[in-house]
Design a protein around this ligand. Sequence first.
Ligand code: CU
Length: 327
Amino acid sequence: MNDMNGKSCCGAGRQELEGAAASGQLQPVELHSLKPREKAARPSHMMITLPGGEFLMGTQAADGFPADGEGPIRKVKVDAFRIAAHTVTNQQFGEFVQATGYVTEAERFGWSYVFHLFVPEQRRGDVEGSPREAPWWLGVRGAYWAKPEGEGSSVEERLNHPVIHISWNDAEAYCRWAGGRLPTEAEWEYAARGGLEQKTYPWGDLLKQDGHHRCNIWQGKFPTVNHAEDGYVGTAPVDAYEPNGFGLYNVAGNVWEWCADWFERDFHRRSDNVNPKGAAGSGLRSLRGGSYLCHRSYCNRYRVAARSKNTPDSSTGNMGFRMAMDV
Ligand SMILES: [Cu+2]
């Protein structure tokens, strides 16, 4: 059982920062100025076309978090759509920024949440504060996608890793430019299950297969000791590990992936079972997949039915996104 039921390794919202000087009111990101790129000039996303169909969405498993609205299980139908084999990389996001001059929300606010183990002692002066409920997140001044650990860091050695410190609004802007959109939660789960029915993970029910790690999560004692037996302390390349049955990489672990939907706790109690979407009202956007910080003892959310949420302006070092498209 999960004694930390309901708590999340990832619960760091923009407005939960404590000890910070108020960031002030920001104008919403201007999306209308971002015209879609010519097709030939867009980065390649390795889009996989899925035929759509019916599947059993959600879970009622004993090791889940009912408070997240993971169940009840319901039969959902999604139309055919396309989804990227992997999350958007630093390389791809860099091409977007170069082409458009786009400025992310982390840059506009002037800070983003960095996991505490990645902030060296000499940079503690850059820390604005932490959320009370998730003190392992430090609001670091100057941290954004191209400087994921703040001043002095870079993505040069991580161009094929998922872009992080990306808000929902930033992800939306990228997708619009690249000619795509974010997947709905229903599309995401359909794609992540890879054609298997009601399995715990995208590859089956066992976390490890023949002793091999299948995803990038936390091994050790969260939040202080990560043994990195899966090979990574932070993010892994977007195509690390084996893909699922549909060819999607890293749907479990690595980084949380923004979905198009408003987060709705009672999502699975809705009666619309064809291309369902969460209803507006929560002010939160949905996230799926879990991250390199998830651990069974605390945040067992690398299961394929697990859910999370955050405000659309929040950014952390473990949230990225995967693009979808209409067929
Ligand atoms: Cu987690």
